[in-house]
Design a protein around this ligand. Structure first.
Ligand SMILES: CC(C)(COP(=O)(O)OP(=O)(O)OC[C@H]1O[C@@H](n2cnc3c(N)ncnc32)[C@H](O)[C@@H]1OP(=O)(O)O)[C@@H](O)C(=O)NCCC(=O)NCCS
Length: 166
């Protein structure tokens, strides 16, 4: 399933809708951005196995056509566990931030999960990641739990939940 969004001309797709070679190429691109963006111990492993055998894990990516090429603009990962989706990652490439891409990706995820009958989206965010917290709050997520030293000493984790039924 691919969705062409309005204003920003993004295409949001799922790596599971691709043929193997293309999926692995996208995973490699995502992996490069991930390593640049997050400290090693927080980098999600975007390996080949994600494409092969993880039916509950969804890797979404957003591209924007640029001439004959299409650039990776953003990606997200969530894991479905019955009525709850655990959102592990949302990332917009640095040059494309503050243009509404994060919001588009989040609303795509919400619409898709709601359609699939999911009830809640849950995530953990580092208290110091202000842009991410603001993005989630603007999408209706509520802070439910605060755990000091969740990520590392001195780095607080906040659990946020979005009720898709409301
Ligand atoms: C968090 C992130 C995904 C936001 O993506 P984005 O495309 O820049 O976000 P948007 O342009 O859609 O912004 C949506 C809202 O989020 C908030 N926001 C985004 N960036 C912000 C910033 N730097 N400071 C404050 N608020 C911010 C604002 O409320 C914004 O709405 P507004 O532009 O109307 O004020 C992006 O900054 C990112 O990839 N950061 C690094 C990775 C990360 O921290 N991921 C989350 C943890 S896994």
């Amino acid at each position: 399933m691919a969705l062409q969004t309005g204003m920003s001309n993004l295409t949001i797709s799922d790596i599971h809708s691709l043929k193997k070679n293309k999926a692995l190429e996208i995973l490699a691109q995502i992996s490069r951005v991930e390593k640049k963006t997050f400290p090693t111990n927080e980098a999600f492993p975007f390996g080949e196995e994600l494409w092969r055998k993880k039916p509950n894990t969804r890797v979404l990516y957003a591209t924007r056509a640029k001439g004959s090429q299409s650039d990776l603009i953003a990606y997200a990962v969530y894991v479905r566990q019955k009525g709850v989706a655990l959102l592990h990652k949302v990332c917009v490439t640095e040059a494309n931030r503050r243009q509404g891409v994060g919001q588009e990706v989040m609303s795509y995820i919400q619409q898709r999960l709601r359609k699939e009958g999911c009830q809640y989206i849950q995530l953990w965010v580092d208290q110091a990641r202000e842009p991410a917290r603001a993005l989630y709050a603007s999408g209706g997520f509520e802070e439910r739990e605060v755990i000091p030293d969740y990520y590392a000493p001195g780095r607080t984790g906040i659990k946020m939940i979005l009720d898709l039924g409301t």
